[in-house]
Write a protein that binds this ligand. Structure first.
Ligand code: CTP
Ligand code: MG
Length: 228
């Protein structure tokens, strides 16, 4: 049994408008619907828990999609708080050592082949696994006046994507430890790394983009409308 946890309580403040970005439309559906459908379309995924912002009036109230259960809960102030809330909302039948996939609501273009590759990688690594893509641009460090202070090596640097795959007990321990330590983790792997563990990294598709800016939305629209 594999469940997905989908943090969807963010504000999408970089868009400026009042619609949280997970509810922006691309190719005829809100981003969150694309993300949920991509997860649930995979045969290994049995259900999803979605963490929503308190007072979210846009959530359509799905209780199932693709014939699989969808559970909604209230998320928290940081992404990690939303994922912890989703963990607590898992149904009773999900065991402690079951595999969980954490996936951003703002990543609408997830493909089956990446989910399969991630699940395979996790089987081979006790510390979990994440999808990632290599850094391709040259990296600059700037000073306060936006003058270039130096060039960083991009050797061995990757961008962490989602889904990220961990056993339930490991994810919960990692996120609770980070919270107790007052550390804001920006992905689940970072919380697990803080325990001294080393999750596996598997190269994923670069078109599994996180929609952060209007330019990303235009690209997502193009990708989703042209998906084969
Ligand atoms: N998220 C969440 N709870 C939070 C913050 C973020 O569930 N307190 C979710 C977002 O809804 C999104 C994912 O985590 O699906 C990744 O976050 P990010 O891309 O940073 O989204 P936002 O916080 O919504 O956007 P921004 O940072 O641009 O305001
Ligand atoms: Mg954010």
């Amino acid at each position: 049994m594999t469940w997905a946890l989908v943090p969807a309580a963010g504000s999408g403040r970089r868009f400026g408008g009042e619609v949280p970005k997970q509810y922006l439309q691309a190719a005829g559906k809100p981003l969150i619907e694309h993300a949920l459908e991509a997860l649930l379309a995979h045969p290994a995924v049995d259900g999803v828990v979605v963490a929503l912002a308190e007072g979210d009036t846009r959530w359509p109230g799905w209780t199932q999609l693709h014939g699989k259960p969808v559970i909604a809960c209230i998320g928290g102030g940081e992404r990690a708080d939303s994922v912890l809330a989703a963990l607590h909302a898992l149904p009773a039948g999900v065991a402690d050592d079951e595999l969980l996939l954490v996936h951003d609501a703002a990543r609408p273009n997830l493909r089956d082949s990446d989910v399969t590759a991630l699940i395979e990688a996790e089987k081979a690594c006790n510390d979990g696994a994440i999808l990632a893509a290599p850094v391709r641009d040259t990296l600059k460090r700037v000073d306060d006046a936006n003058r270039i202070a130096g060039t960083e090596s991009r050797d061995g640097l990757w961008r962490a994507l989602t889904p990220q795959a961990f056993r339930r007990y490991l994810l919960q321990r990692a996120l609770e430890t980070a919270r107790a330590d007052g550390v804001a983790v920006t992905d689940e792997a970072m919380a697990v790394e803080r325990l001294g563990l080393r999750p596996a990294l598997v190269e994923g598709r670069e078109d599994n983009l996180k929609v952060t800016t209007p330019a990303d939305l235009a690209l997502a629209e193009f990708l989703l409308a042209n998906a084969t």
